[in-house]
Ligand binder design. Structure first.
Ligand code: NAD
Length: 254
């Protein structure tokens, strides 16, 4: 290739939920593509940031951030922009799942899932975009939705999660259109069952059933999401916004 279309060299990328699971793994790939990394997580991601910096020779720093607190999010965006000198990219990935039948779901159960998965995604995207607009910069965002935006998982009840992820897909499209003129692209990925704490700590009988229902007959691993995120964050995707890439081993196809 004459030009590395997928290079993120010279960019700074915020990764929410970057302390473990999909966020941690994909952050390392984004660093490998050349970007500096700002880990935003409820838990202290300093060891993860140090490992990424040592392994990929980029700058990496962790910020303790609760995505459900818009003031905290704004502070972290400002701090990271000051530390790195700029921000260009956002992998907006923090999320939680609650396995609880809808009939038993209490107000706080429902509100917590919506607060992290939908409100949190919006607060971070908004603060990031406000930073870009205020500084006359272009940038782009990849949100983590889920195949649960499209299908209903069984046998577990998880209506709050499914509804929150369907909303993330439509939020992605809405922000993509609103921010075209600002030069900010907004896309999302929709993973199927991926082996992390969210799935790995679930009922083993459910896991067996899930795997039997996946045409690939296995869960995916976080590494299998990295290429799509890098593509969407890179200049290979300059005409792509409001798009959802489903990465699910054909689960939603059958
Ligand atoms: N694992 C899967 O099968 C799967 C499938 C589809 C979508 N997803 C989505 O991928 C994303 C990452 O999931 P994962 O499997 O890596 O989960 P995980 O539990 O391993 O990691 C989630 C990370 O988000 C952080 N986090 C949670 N609440 C937060 C908050 N309020 N503020 C800041 N950080 C917070 C956690 O501390 C953790 O580091 C989530 O949005 C999840 O819904 C996962």
């Amino acid at each position: 290739m004459k030009q590395d279309l997928f290079s993120l060299k010279g960019k700074v990328c915020v990764v929410t939920g970057g302390n473990q699971g999909i966020g941690e793994t994909v952050a390392a790939y984004i660093a490998d593509a050349g970007a500096d990394i700002a880990i935003f997580d409820l838990n202290d991601g300093t060891p993860v940031a140090e490992k990424i910096a040592a392994e990929y020779g980029v700058r990496a720093k962790a910020y303790t951030c609760n995505v459900t607190d818009p003031e905290n999010v704004k502070e972290c965006i400002e701090k990271a922009a000051a530390d790195f000198g700029t921000l260009d990219l956002l992998f907006n990935n923090a999320g939680i799942c609650l396995h609880k039948p809808a009939l038993d779901c209490e107000k706080n159960d429902w509100a917590k899932v919506i607060d992290v998965n939908l409100n949190g995604v919006f607060y971070v995207a908004q603060a990031f975009a406000q930073y870009l607009v205020a500084n006359h910069k272009k940038g782009n965002i990849v949100n983590t939705a889920s195949m649960s935006a499209t299908i209903v998982n069984i046998p577990q009840g998880q209506a709050s999660y499914n509804a929150s992820k369907a909303a993330v897909v439509h939020l992605t499209k809405s922000l993509a259109v609103e921010w075209v003129e600002k030069g900010i692209r907004v896309n999302c990925i929709s993973p199927g069952y991926i082996k992390t704490a969210i799935t790995g700590n679930s009922n083993p009988e459910w896991q067996k059933l899930w795997i039997e229902s996946i045409p690939y007959k296995r869960m995916g691993v976080p590494e299998e999401l990295a290429g799509a995120v890098i593509y969407l964050l890179s200049d290979a995707a300059t005409y792509t916004s409001g798009c959802d890439i489903i990465i699910d081993g054909c689960f939603t196809v059958v």
